[in-house]
Design a protein around this ligand. Structure first.
Ligand SMILES: [Zn+2]
Length: 511
């Protein structure tokens, strides 16, 4: 760097003042910038929340200097698929996410969001994953944005609006199609949300409270999205035998609405569906020739949600994580509960409901193939209100780095980081985030590539990851790995949807 050598005096003074001093200087890091490029040894200077300079910054002064020798510095991880809607307000430290290096969460997935929502009683399934009725206070999207800002979470928050949440607001019962006036009411609320920065619309068409919504209902609801440059994200109507038909429905909705489609937690679920990931990814690639499509995936072979009778089977293990009428059964295998009660699996499940479950419903090869695909970014799908959460809540991102990249060698470390940062930011329109780039927001994570790994397991799931040394959010040090503690800095922002840039076109390229 040669700021001091500048020939113009005016420039020299101006740059020297800006250049020589910064809030935080991270020295001797191996920088993985989020583009997929190989690591580069560099110093990174942070000032006023942003990355001020990257390079050999030996002459720089800083309030805080960190020697990052032997460590990787990358953009903070972007968790594109979360159900943290009410937790970013109720538990703003967001420790399960912060401690794994996550600096931004996208909430409002799978058709369920905390806003805009007016409940008539208990939240309908699976909105109960977001909390009990007391957790829902946001009749407008604007009120949700204000609540996030007031709560000052430790990480940034961007939000989709859920189709099932909108149905809840306008329909007396959810086991039928919405009428035209009901769809009009839902659209008006979606529009209010988009005006206040929502990223787009999500659906969870597999769930009982959305499955009777015909495609036409979603087509009509999705129409305002294009005008706002928004997107459509979907938990498919089926992840089992009918997955190709369900993908086709998603692509039709995206085409009709003229917006990008993100397939949430793409998987081949159910034993009879194992081995179909090649076929499924081919369908995604084919659609990608004509429209913007992509997917996210969590790095595990087990799924988790509310307990669903349609998914009860003896073909693989199902673990009960919570049960409202029988909390004492949480943690047991459904098989074991059924045996103790001398019931068949379905009868036992029905008696446990409302309940939560982990389903060991996927094959390794399918998960490996989907995770590796260039269209795939990482989302945890963690369930923060589950007393025995699927370990993805605490471990998804370090598991991609440790288990899938370092141990299984599915992809390089730089490729792994891109799936968790740059590609995610471009796809979800998170402006000036996702890359270590001068002028961008300083959302950063420092980690040890040799030791980083998830510690959370199915039996002991609330464990911070190993190997995460430090996490900065908007330039503030929010997590220190030396004692695995949050620093108390809560510098997260609500991130409104930003206009799609030319670079964003890459977000849906499949190579
Ligand atoms: Zn889902």
């Amino acid at each position: 760097m040669s700021f001091a050598n500048s020939t113009s005096n005016a420039t020299a003074t101006a740059t020297a003042a800006a250049a020589g001093r910064c809030d935080t200087l991270i020295r001797n890091a191996l920088v993985i910038d989020g583009t997929g490029a190989d690591p580069v040894a560099a110093d990174v200077a942070v000032t006023a929340g942003r990355i001020a300079a990257i390079g050999q910054l030996s002459g720089w002064q800083a309030h805080a200097t960190i020697d990052a020798s032997g460590r990787v510095l990358s953009p903070g991880f972007i968790d594109v698929h979360t159900h943290d809607d009410t937790n970013v307000i109720r538990t703003p430290e967001m420790f399960p996410k912060l401690s794994q290096g996550v600096t931004t969460v996208v909430v409002g997935n799978c058709g369920i969001s905390a806003a805009p929502v007016s409940l008539k009683g208990d939240p309908p399934d699976p909105m109960n994953l977001l909390g009990k009725s007391e957790a829902f206070h946001y009749p407008t999207f604007a009120s949700y944005v204000a609540a996030v800002d007031a709560a000052q979470p430790s990480i940034n928050v961007a939000a989709l609006v859920g189709h099932t949440a909108l149905r809840n607001n306008h329909m007396d019962r959810l086991d039928r199609a919405a009428s035209e006036p009901e769809i009009a009411g839902m659209r008006a609320q979606l529009r209010e949300a988009l005006e206040h920065g929502a990223l787009g619309l999500s659906t969870g068409l597999a769930y009982g409270n959305a499955i009777n919504a015909p495609t036409a209902e979603v087509l009509a609801l999705a129409e305002p999205l294009a005008e706002f440059g928004a997107m459509y994200a979907t938990h498919l109507r089926s992840e089992f035998a009918d997955i190709l038909e369900a993908m086709d429905e998603a692509f039709r909705i995206g085409k009709h609405a003229r917006v990008p489609v993100v397939i949430s937690h793409l998987k081949c679920a159910g034993v009879e569906n194992w081995g179909r990931s090649g076929e499924v990814l081919k369908a995604l690639e084919l659609a990608g020739k004509h429209q913007h499509v992509g997917c996210d995936c969590y790095p595990y072979t087990a799924s988790s949600s509310t307990l669903d009778l349609k998914q009860v089977t003896d073909a693989y293990d199902i673990q009960v994580t919570w049960s409202e009428p029988h909390p004492e059964q949480g943690g047991k295998m459904l098989k074991q509960v059924a045996a103790e009660w001398q019931l068949d699996l379905h009868a036992a499940a029905a008696r446990l409901m409302p309940a939560g479950a982990v389903y060991h419903c996927m094959a390794d090869d399918d998960v490996n193939r989907i995770l590796s695909h260039p269209a795939t970014v990482i989302g945890s799908d963690g369930l923060p209100n589950d007393p025995l959460p699927h370990p993805r809540l605490w471990g998804a991102f370090p598991r991609v780095l440790g288990y899938y990249s370092r141990e299984q060698k599915l992809f390089s470390l730089a490729a792994a980081v891109r799936k968790m940062t740059g590609l995610s930011a471009l796809r979800f329109g998170l402006h000036e985030r996702g890359f270590v780039r001068q002028g961008y927001w300083a959302d950063l994570v420092l980690f040890d590539a040799d030791t980083v790994r998830d510690a959370a397991s199915f039996t002991d799931p609330m464990q911070p990851a190993h190997g995460i040394d430090a996490v900065w959010v908007n330039g503030k040090l929010a997590y220190r790995g030396s004692d695995k503690k949050a620093t108390g800095e809560r510098a997260g922002h609500f991130l409104a949807r930003s206009p799609r840039t030319a670079e964003a076109g890459q977000a849906f390229a499949h190579d």
